[in-house]
Design a protein around this ligand. Structure first.
Ligand SMILES: Nc1ncnc2c1ncn2[C@@H]1O[C@H](COP(=O)(O)OP(=O)(O)OP(=O)(O)O)[C@@H](O)[C@H]1O
Ligand SMILES: O=P(O)(O)OC[C@@]1(O)O[C@H](CO)[C@@H](O)[C@@H]1O
Length: 311
């Protein structure tokens, strides 16, 4: 089974303006709302591809109920720990050149007993052999070593963790040896304290440093420049797929969804890369954080090109 964990879900409000004026009045057009937050998006994508996952994390207030309703409507199994306050709303503004500005709220305060309740829920739900996806930011009150502690515990019961986080959450999480990670190129460079590499080979060489006895797969997303997939023996680079861009919000989550599916069914690396590229590009063709449909993803899969970078 696949379990997605979202410590800080969000209602994503996506809108457009011609030009975003900082310090001025901006009149938003084409406003839409989606149930979001990274793990929630992963579960939505897994569903759109015809697979199952269980979606968990923290929800609060009216915002939380909207997300729960949306998941129920999509028939995505979900069980959240309810906390005080209100689930956040994140504003994503696209200008006419499709440049994205994101305004993410901090989210409701989480108490230590809420964290204990979530960990107990995950330990009860995830069976040995499961894939657990830990992704996104955490809200105030949650320590930045939380993913590290959870990975340490989950590994004891033969659960493979797929980690998609940034900053200290990633820095700490990686210490526990998650089975797979999906940094974007910026996050990778930030982790190693270096300039962002400007080519795929240097990016791959940096990413390779994350591989070890525990961490068997590193996927590095590079936005409009494609992605790299690394295992001990292989270094695959896939150029970006040509698509009509609508909104790239959640493209990384779509890639994580594909990785989770491929890991669960034991796909070969090439097959995993094809699904990851097609699913993430598909997410860019839809408005807001909606996943692409299976038909779109199947068509995109036929267009994926794979280059073996190091032999
Ligand atoms: N303009 C685009 N055209 C086609 N595919 C894209 C485009 N932008 C992103 N993608 C696909 O989505 C993948 C993930 O994108 P990106 O690296 O921006 O993820 P991210 O930084 O984790 O994003 P987010 O946190 O918003 O989900 C890319 O590797 C690529 O396959
Ligand atoms: O604040 P975080 O948790 O880092 O990111 C949250 C978020 O920006 O990520 C998703 C897109 O990847 C959106 O649904 C959501 O608003």
């Amino acid at each position: 089974m696949i379990l997605t964990v979202t410590f800080n879900p969000a209602i994503d409000k996506t809108a457009q303006v011609d030009e975003l004026i900082v310090g001025g009045l901006n009149r938003l057009q084409n406003v839409r709302q989606d149930a979001g937050g990274k793990g929630v998006n992963v579960s939505k994508t897994i569903r759109a591809l015809g697979f199952e996952s269980v979606c968990t994390g923290f929800l609060a207030g009216a915002g939380g109920r909207m997300i729960e309703d949306a998941l129920d409507e999509l028939r995505i199994a979900n069980q959240f720990v309810w906390v005080e306050g209100n689930t956040r709303t994140n504003l994503k503004v696209l200008n006419k050149d499709m440049v994205l500005t994101e305004l993410n709220e901090a989210g409701p305060r989480i108490e230590p007993e809420d964290v204990d309740a979530l960990i107990a829920l995950i330990e009860k739900t995830a069976k040995p052999g499961s894939i657990v996806v830990l992704s996104g930011n955490v809200s105030p009150g949650v320590e930045s070593d939380i993913y590290r502690r959870m990975i340490d515990d989950l590994k004891q019961t033969d659960i493979r963790v797929l980690l998609d986080a940034d900053g200290d959450l990633f820095r700490e999480g990686i210490k526990a040896g998650p089975f797979a990670v999906k940094p974007n190129r910026f996050e990778l460079a930030q982790y190693f304290g270096v300039e962002e590499p400007d080519n795929a080979l240097d990016t791959a060489r940096l990413g390779r440093k994350l591989l070890n006895e525990d961490t068997k797969l590193v996927a590095i997303s590079m936005g409009g420049e494609g992605a790299i997939f690394l295992t001990e023996t292989d270094t695959l680079y896939c150029p970006v797929l040509p698509i009509e861009l609508n909104s790239s919000v959640g493209a990384g989550d779509a890639m994580v969804a594909a990785l989770a599916i491929s890991l669960e069914r034991g796909d070969a690396l090439e097959e995993l890369a094809v699904l990851a590229m097609a699913t993430s590009a598909g997410a860019c063709t839809t408005a807001g954080t909606q996943p692409a449909g299976l038909g779109v993803v199947e068509t995109l899969k036929t267009k994926v090109k794979i280059e073996n970078l190091e032999g």
